[in-house]
Ligand binder design. Structure first.
Ligand SMILES: [Cu+2]
Length: 191
């Protein structure tokens, strides 16, 4: 757990730097924030916890990266943050609220980077790696409506490896894409 927290601290440092290098990212984020405020107001009546919508958007992101499609990945990143706008924490159990509270800022930040980085698929994949860790924690407490498979690719990131969630048992690697579509194996089933 300590290693994980340290890891996140280091990632935050890295991504701060990455933000500063990208004026366009800032601009887009600002526009996004304004829209987000409006969306939040108009969705005040949406009562359904959007955890499942987040998972659906995450799976779209995963499938876009597996196809090497950076534009679809960017759109899916936006869908993740849109789903989060609708989240109703009052409808969550204490355990769900705790886990969601721990991961929400992190997921939001990484999803924003994914949506702001069409054209830089390797950069999107770095953020997808982080989102995948948070989504894993989430689906452990928000029972998914469909069976999810926890897959692992040992080669990504100079053989440090990375994990992702999938709705299908068949391996379609989102980290290596068409270069090595079947690299990886199923580690766990969540239902
Ligand atoms: Cu970034």
């Amino acid at each position: 757990m300590k290693t994980l927290i340290l890891g996140f601290a280091m990632m935050v440092a890295t991504f701060t730097a990455c933000n500063n290098n990208d004026d366009q990212t800032k601009e887009t984020t600002n526009v996004g924030d304004t829209t987000a405020t409006n969306t939040a107001a108009s969705n005040a009546e949406v009562k359904t916890a959007s955890a499942n919508e987040m998972v659906t958007a995450y799976l779209q992101l995963k499938n876009a990266l597996a196809k090497d499609n950076d534009k679809e990945a960017a759109a899916a990143g936006k869908q993740i943050t849109d789903a989060m706008q609708k989240t109703d924490e009052a409808s969550m159990t204490a355990e769900q609220k705790k886990v969601y509270g721990e991961v929400k800022e992190d997921i939001k930040e990484h999803a924003e980077h994914v949506s702001n980085n069409a054209g830089k698929i390797e950069h999107q994949r770095e953020h997808f790696d982080m989102i995948s860790k948070d989504m894993y924690d989430m689906v452990k407490v928000f029972k998914p409506t469909q069976t999810l498979y926890v897959n692992h690719c040992p080669m990504y990131n100079d053989n440090k490896g990375a994990t992702w969630l999938s709705e299908v048992k068949e391996i379609k690697n989102p980290y290596l894409g068409k270069k090595m579509p079947t690299c990886g194996s199923v580690k766990e089933e969540i239902k």
